[in-house]
Design a protein around this ligand. Structure first.
Ligand code: FE2
Length: 348
Protein backbone atom coordinates (compact mmCIF):
# COMPACT_ATOMS: atom_id res chain seq x y z
CA UNK A 1 0.00 0.00 0.00
CA UNK A 2 1.74 3.09 -1.22
CA UNK A 3 0.14 5.48 1.25
CA UNK A 4 1.64 3.62 4.20
CA UNK A 5 5.16 4.47 3.12
CA UNK A 6 6.79 7.65 4.34
CA UNK A 7 6.56 10.23 1.54
CA UNK A 8 10.18 9.94 0.42
CA UNK A 9 9.82 6.21 0.13
CA UNK A 10 6.53 6.60 -1.76
CA UNK A 11 8.16 8.90 -4.27
CA UNK A 12 11.09 6.50 -4.56
CA UNK A 13 8.67 3.67 -5.31
CA UNK A 14 7.00 5.82 -7.94
CA UNK A 15 10.45 6.42 -9.38
CA UNK A 16 11.28 2.71 -9.43
CA UNK A 17 8.10 1.99 -11.36
CA UNK A 18 9.10 4.19 -14.24
CA UNK A 19 12.89 3.97 -14.04
CA UNK A 20 13.06 1.53 -16.92
CA UNK A 21 12.00 3.99 -19.58
CA UNK A 22 14.76 5.42 -21.69
CA UNK A 23 13.39 8.94 -21.47
CA UNK A 24 13.68 8.79 -17.72
CA UNK A 25 17.42 8.32 -17.76
CA UNK A 26 17.88 11.44 -19.87
CA UNK A 27 15.41 13.74 -18.20
CA UNK A 28 16.23 14.73 -14.67
CA UNK A 29 14.38 18.01 -14.72
CA UNK A 30 10.68 18.55 -14.35
CA UNK A 31 9.28 21.81 -15.68
CA UNK A 32 6.56 23.06 -13.38
CA UNK A 33 4.27 25.96 -14.28
CA UNK A 34 2.80 27.08 -10.98
CA UNK A 35 0.24 29.64 -9.91
CA UNK A 36 1.05 28.77 -6.30
CA UNK A 37 3.72 30.89 -4.70
CA UNK A 38 4.02 30.06 -1.05
CA UNK A 39 7.27 29.69 0.79
CA UNK A 40 6.44 26.27 2.21
CA UNK A 41 6.10 24.93 -1.33
CA UNK A 42 9.92 25.16 -1.51
CA UNK A 43 10.28 22.34 1.03
CA UNK A 44 7.66 20.37 -0.86
CA UNK A 45 9.70 20.50 -4.08
CA UNK A 46 13.01 19.94 -2.31
CA UNK A 47 11.71 16.69 -0.79
CA UNK A 48 10.69 15.42 -4.22
CA UNK A 49 14.14 16.19 -5.59
CA UNK A 50 15.79 14.50 -2.61
CA UNK A 51 13.76 11.34 -3.16
CA UNK A 52 13.98 11.12 -6.93
CA UNK A 53 16.98 13.15 -8.05
CA UNK A 54 14.65 15.05 -10.35
CA UNK A 55 15.18 18.80 -10.21
CA UNK A 56 12.15 21.02 -10.40
CA UNK A 57 12.44 23.97 -12.70
CA UNK A 58 9.65 26.30 -11.67
CA UNK A 59 7.97 28.97 -13.73
CA UNK A 60 5.69 31.11 -11.58
CA UNK A 61 2.91 33.31 -12.85
CA UNK A 62 -0.71 33.92 -11.98
CA UNK A 63 -3.32 31.59 -13.45
CA UNK A 64 -4.13 33.82 -16.41
CA UNK A 65 -0.43 34.24 -17.17
CA UNK A 66 0.15 30.48 -17.13
CA UNK A 67 -2.82 29.80 -19.40
CA UNK A 68 -1.77 32.37 -21.97
CA UNK A 69 1.84 31.18 -21.87
CA UNK A 70 0.81 27.54 -22.43
CA UNK A 71 -1.38 28.62 -25.34
CA UNK A 72 1.31 30.76 -26.91
CA UNK A 73 3.93 28.02 -26.57
CA UNK A 74 1.70 25.33 -28.05
CA UNK A 75 3.46 22.06 -28.91
CA UNK A 76 6.83 23.69 -28.16
CA UNK A 77 5.91 24.22 -24.50
CA UNK A 78 8.47 22.84 -22.05
CA UNK A 79 5.79 22.56 -19.33
CA UNK A 80 5.45 19.12 -17.75
CA UNK A 81 3.21 19.86 -14.76
CA UNK A 82 0.70 22.70 -14.36
CA UNK A 83 -0.56 23.87 -10.94
CA UNK A 84 -3.57 26.21 -10.88
CA UNK A 85 -5.65 27.52 -8.00
CA UNK A 86 -9.32 27.49 -8.95
CA UNK A 87 -11.89 25.16 -10.56
CA UNK A 88 -13.01 27.75 -13.12
CA UNK A 89 -9.45 28.17 -14.39
CA UNK A 90 -8.75 24.43 -14.35
CA UNK A 91 -11.92 23.91 -16.37
CA UNK A 92 -10.88 26.62 -18.83
CA UNK A 93 -7.44 25.05 -19.30
CA UNK A 94 -9.02 21.64 -19.82
CA UNK A 95 -11.42 23.10 -22.43
CA UNK A 96 -8.51 24.73 -24.20
CA UNK A 97 -6.76 21.36 -24.48
CA UNK A 98 -3.80 22.36 -22.32
CA UNK A 99 -3.76 19.15 -20.25
CA UNK A 100 -3.54 15.45 -20.97
CA UNK A 101 -5.47 12.74 -19.12
CA UNK A 102 -3.67 10.72 -16.46
CA UNK A 103 -4.53 7.21 -15.39
CA UNK A 104 -2.95 6.45 -12.03
CA UNK A 105 -4.13 3.94 -9.43
CA UNK A 106 -2.50 6.05 -6.69
CA UNK A 107 -4.35 9.24 -7.69
CA UNK A 108 -7.63 7.39 -8.24
CA UNK A 109 -7.38 5.83 -4.82
CA UNK A 110 -6.34 8.97 -2.95
CA UNK A 111 -8.08 11.93 -4.62
CA UNK A 112 -11.89 11.90 -4.18
CA UNK A 113 -13.75 11.66 -7.52
CA UNK A 114 -15.59 14.98 -6.99
CA UNK A 115 -12.22 16.77 -6.78
CA UNK A 116 -10.97 15.71 -10.21
CA UNK A 117 -11.31 17.18 -13.66
CA UNK A 118 -13.15 15.70 -16.64
CA UNK A 119 -12.89 11.90 -16.63
CA UNK A 120 -11.90 10.28 -19.92
CA UNK A 121 -11.13 6.66 -20.81
CA UNK A 122 -7.46 7.62 -20.37
CA UNK A 123 -8.07 9.08 -16.89
CA UNK A 124 -8.93 12.46 -15.38
CA UNK A 125 -7.64 15.71 -16.89
CA UNK A 126 -6.54 17.16 -13.54
CA UNK A 127 -6.53 16.36 -9.83
CA UNK A 128 -7.34 18.58 -6.85
CA UNK A 129 -4.36 18.79 -4.46
CA UNK A 130 -5.81 21.05 -1.74
CA UNK A 131 -9.17 22.63 -0.97
CA UNK A 132 -10.41 25.93 0.38
CA UNK A 133 -13.94 26.67 1.54
CA UNK A 134 -15.77 29.80 0.38
CA UNK A 135 -17.35 31.07 3.56
CA UNK A 136 -19.07 34.13 4.98
CA UNK A 137 -17.51 36.43 7.57
CA UNK A 138 -19.94 38.47 9.66
CA UNK A 139 -19.69 41.46 11.94
CA UNK A 140 -20.75 39.88 15.23
CA UNK A 141 -22.34 43.14 16.35
CA UNK A 142 -24.63 43.36 13.30
CA UNK A 143 -25.55 39.81 12.29
CA UNK A 144 -26.16 36.43 13.83
CA UNK A 145 -24.73 33.32 12.11
CA UNK A 146 -28.30 32.18 11.39
CA UNK A 147 -28.86 35.33 9.28
CA UNK A 148 -26.46 33.92 6.66
CA UNK A 149 -26.38 30.17 7.33
CA UNK A 150 -27.26 29.46 3.70
CA UNK A 151 -25.77 31.12 0.60
CA UNK A 152 -29.38 31.51 -0.53
CA UNK A 153 -29.98 34.04 2.28
CA UNK A 154 -27.48 36.48 0.70
CA UNK A 155 -30.27 37.63 -1.62
CA UNK A 156 -32.62 38.37 1.29
CA UNK A 157 -33.92 41.99 1.28
CA UNK A 158 -32.95 42.11 4.98
CA UNK A 159 -29.30 42.27 3.85
CA UNK A 160 -29.74 45.32 1.62
CA UNK A 161 -26.51 47.34 1.49
CA UNK A 162 -24.72 44.91 3.80
CA UNK A 163 -22.65 42.57 1.61
CA UNK A 164 -19.03 43.11 0.60
CA UNK A 165 -17.61 40.99 -2.22
CA UNK A 166 -14.76 41.03 -4.66
CA UNK A 167 -15.69 41.12 -8.35
CA UNK A 168 -18.59 38.83 -9.24
CA UNK A 169 -16.66 37.51 -12.19
CA UNK A 170 -13.54 36.67 -10.20
CA UNK A 171 -13.02 32.91 -10.64
CA UNK A 172 -13.62 32.24 -6.90
CA UNK A 173 -17.09 33.77 -7.19
CA UNK A 174 -17.76 32.19 -10.58
CA UNK A 175 -17.11 28.82 -8.97
CA UNK A 176 -19.29 29.57 -5.92
CA UNK A 177 -22.15 30.74 -8.14
CA UNK A 178 -21.56 27.74 -10.42
CA UNK A 179 -22.04 25.47 -7.43
CA UNK A 180 -25.32 27.22 -6.54
CA UNK A 181 -26.41 26.78 -10.17
CA UNK A 182 -25.70 23.06 -9.97
CA UNK A 183 -28.26 22.63 -7.16
CA UNK A 184 -30.73 25.51 -7.58
CA UNK A 185 -31.11 25.48 -11.37
CA UNK A 186 -31.04 28.33 -13.88
CA UNK A 187 -34.03 30.52 -12.96
CA UNK A 188 -33.50 30.44 -9.19
CA UNK A 189 -29.78 31.09 -9.55
CA UNK A 190 -30.28 34.07 -11.83
CA UNK A 191 -32.82 35.57 -9.41
CA UNK A 192 -30.44 34.90 -6.52
CA UNK A 193 -27.50 36.57 -8.27
CA UNK A 194 -29.67 39.65 -8.93
CA UNK A 195 -30.61 39.70 -5.24
CA UNK A 196 -26.99 39.44 -4.09
CA UNK A 197 -25.94 42.21 -6.49
CA UNK A 198 -28.75 44.41 -5.12
CA UNK A 199 -27.49 43.84 -1.56
CA UNK A 200 -23.90 44.94 -2.14
CA UNK A 201 -22.70 47.65 0.23
CA UNK A 202 -20.35 49.07 -2.41
CA UNK A 203 -19.06 48.36 -5.90
CA UNK A 204 -16.84 45.26 -5.84
CA UNK A 205 -13.18 46.13 -5.36
CA UNK A 206 -10.11 44.46 -3.91
CA UNK A 207 -9.51 40.87 -2.88
CA UNK A 208 -11.15 38.73 -0.20
CA UNK A 209 -9.03 40.15 2.65
CA UNK A 210 -10.22 43.64 1.73
CA UNK A 211 -13.82 42.47 2.15
CA UNK A 212 -13.08 41.01 5.59
CA UNK A 213 -11.39 44.27 6.63
CA UNK A 214 -14.40 46.21 5.35
CA UNK A 215 -16.65 44.17 7.65
CA UNK A 216 -14.41 44.95 10.62
CA UNK A 217 -14.39 48.63 9.59
CA UNK A 218 -18.19 48.72 9.65
CA UNK A 219 -18.56 49.24 5.91
CA UNK A 220 -20.59 46.06 5.53
CA UNK A 221 -22.02 43.33 7.74
CA UNK A 222 -21.00 40.25 5.79
CA UNK A 223 -18.17 39.37 3.41
CA UNK A 224 -17.65 36.44 1.02
CA UNK A 225 -14.16 34.96 1.37
CA UNK A 226 -12.00 31.88 1.01
CA UNK A 227 -11.04 30.34 4.33
CA UNK A 228 -7.28 30.81 3.90
CA UNK A 229 -7.54 34.60 3.84
CA UNK A 230 -9.30 34.57 7.20
CA UNK A 231 -6.92 31.92 8.59
CA UNK A 232 -4.01 34.18 7.63
CA UNK A 233 -5.51 36.99 9.72
CA UNK A 234 -6.10 34.55 12.59
CA UNK A 235 -2.39 33.62 12.54
CA UNK A 236 -1.17 37.19 12.25
CA UNK A 237 0.49 38.92 15.20
CA UNK A 238 -0.34 42.41 13.99
CA UNK A 239 -2.70 44.23 16.37
CA UNK A 240 -4.88 45.48 13.49
CA UNK A 241 -5.37 41.90 12.23
CA UNK A 242 -6.18 40.67 15.73
CA UNK A 243 -8.80 43.42 15.99
CA UNK A 244 -10.39 42.26 12.72
CA UNK A 245 -10.61 38.67 13.96
CA UNK A 246 -11.97 39.85 17.32
CA UNK A 247 -14.88 41.69 15.73
CA UNK A 248 -15.84 39.04 13.17
CA UNK A 249 -16.91 35.42 12.90
CA UNK A 250 -16.77 32.79 10.16
CA UNK A 251 -20.00 31.11 9.06
CA UNK A 252 -19.83 27.89 7.04
CA UNK A 253 -23.02 28.07 4.95
CA UNK A 254 -25.42 25.24 4.14
CA UNK A 255 -24.34 22.93 6.94
CA UNK A 256 -27.87 21.60 7.31
CA UNK A 257 -28.19 20.73 3.62
CA UNK A 258 -25.68 20.35 0.77
CA UNK A 259 -22.58 21.66 2.57
CA UNK A 260 -20.27 24.63 2.09
CA UNK A 261 -18.79 25.28 -1.36
CA UNK A 262 -15.17 24.18 -1.62
CA UNK A 263 -12.79 25.08 -4.40
CA UNK A 264 -9.52 23.42 -5.31
CA UNK A 265 -5.94 24.02 -6.14
CA UNK A 266 -5.25 21.40 -8.83
CA UNK A 267 -2.41 19.76 -10.72
CA UNK A 268 -2.30 18.40 -14.26
CA UNK A 269 0.17 16.95 -16.72
CA UNK A 270 0.70 19.45 -19.53
CA UNK A 271 -0.55 18.43 -22.96
CA UNK A 272 2.92 18.42 -24.52
CA UNK A 273 4.90 17.22 -21.48
CA UNK A 274 8.23 15.71 -22.48
CA UNK A 275 8.79 14.16 -19.05
CA UNK A 276 5.43 12.49 -18.72
CA UNK A 277 6.48 9.71 -16.36
CA UNK A 278 8.22 12.12 -14.01
CA UNK A 279 5.17 14.40 -14.18
CA UNK A 280 2.85 11.57 -13.11
CA UNK A 281 5.30 10.59 -10.34
CA UNK A 282 5.21 14.21 -9.15
CA UNK A 283 1.40 14.24 -9.06
CA UNK A 284 1.46 11.00 -7.08
CA UNK A 285 4.00 12.53 -4.73
CA UNK A 286 1.65 15.50 -4.19
CA UNK A 287 -0.99 13.00 -3.04
CA UNK A 288 1.28 11.55 -0.30
CA UNK A 289 0.29 12.39 3.29
CA UNK A 290 3.39 14.49 4.00
CA UNK A 291 3.16 16.45 0.73
CA UNK A 292 -0.54 16.99 1.38
CA UNK A 293 0.19 18.54 4.75
CA UNK A 294 2.82 20.85 3.30
CA UNK A 295 0.65 21.86 0.36
CA UNK A 296 -2.31 22.62 2.59
CA UNK A 297 -0.52 24.31 5.47
CA UNK A 298 1.55 26.49 3.17
CA UNK A 299 -1.56 28.46 2.27
CA UNK A 300 -3.82 27.55 5.20
CA UNK A 301 -5.78 25.13 3.00
CA UNK A 302 -7.28 21.70 3.63
CA UNK A 303 -5.74 18.44 2.36
CA UNK A 304 -7.76 16.50 -0.25
CA UNK A 305 -6.52 13.08 0.90
CA UNK A 306 -8.65 11.73 3.73
CA UNK A 307 -5.73 10.24 5.67
CA UNK A 308 -3.72 13.50 5.63
CA UNK A 309 -4.37 15.60 8.71
CA UNK A 310 -3.82 19.30 9.08
CA UNK A 311 -2.11 20.65 12.18
CA UNK A 312 -2.83 24.21 11.17
CA UNK A 313 -3.96 25.97 14.38
CA UNK A 314 -6.23 28.43 12.56
CA UNK A 315 -8.03 25.71 10.59
CA UNK A 316 -8.35 23.57 13.72
CA UNK A 317 -9.88 26.59 15.49
CA UNK A 318 -12.36 27.09 12.63
CA UNK A 319 -13.42 23.49 13.17
CA UNK A 320 -14.73 20.72 11.00
CA UNK A 321 -17.50 21.43 8.55
CA UNK A 322 -19.62 19.69 5.95
CA UNK A 323 -18.26 20.31 2.44
CA UNK A 324 -20.39 20.04 -0.68
CA UNK A 325 -19.95 16.91 -2.80
CA UNK A 326 -20.99 18.38 -6.15
CA UNK A 327 -18.27 17.47 -8.69
CA UNK A 328 -15.93 20.46 -8.89
CA UNK A 329 -15.53 19.80 -12.64
CA UNK A 330 -19.28 20.48 -13.07
CA UNK A 331 -18.93 23.68 -11.06
CA UNK A 332 -16.17 24.78 -13.41
CA UNK A 333 -18.29 23.93 -16.42
CA UNK A 334 -21.16 26.10 -15.08
CA UNK A 335 -19.04 29.22 -14.88
CA UNK A 336 -19.59 30.32 -18.48
CA UNK A 337 -23.36 30.42 -17.91
CA UNK A 338 -22.86 32.18 -14.56
CA UNK A 339 -20.84 34.92 -16.24
CA UNK A 340 -23.80 35.70 -18.52
CA UNK A 341 -26.09 35.95 -15.48
CA UNK A 342 -23.63 38.33 -13.81
CA UNK A 343 -23.54 40.50 -16.90
CA UNK A 344 -27.33 40.70 -16.98
CA UNK A 345 -27.44 41.48 -13.23
CA UNK A 346 -24.75 44.15 -13.55
CA UNK A 347 -22.65 42.34 -10.91
CA UNK A 348 -19.22 43.43 -12.12
FE1 FE2 B 1 -6.56 33.43 -3.47
Amino acid sequence: MLEKFPPLRAAAVALALVATTAAWAQDRVLNLYSARHYQTDEALYANFTKATGIRINRVEADDAGILSRLKAEGAASPADVVLLVDAARLWRAEQDGLFQPVKSAVLEQRIPPQLRGGETAQGAQWFGVSTRARVLVIDKARLKPTDVDRYEKLSSPALKGQICSRSGSHPYNLSLFGSVLETAGTAATEAWIRGVAANLARDPKGGDTDQIRAVAAGECAVAITNTYYYARLMRSNRPEDKAVVERTQVVFPNQADRGTHVNVSGAAVARHARNRDAAVAFLEYLASDAAQRMLADGNNEYPVVASARTENPALLALGRFKAETVPIAKVGANTAQVQQMLDRAGFK
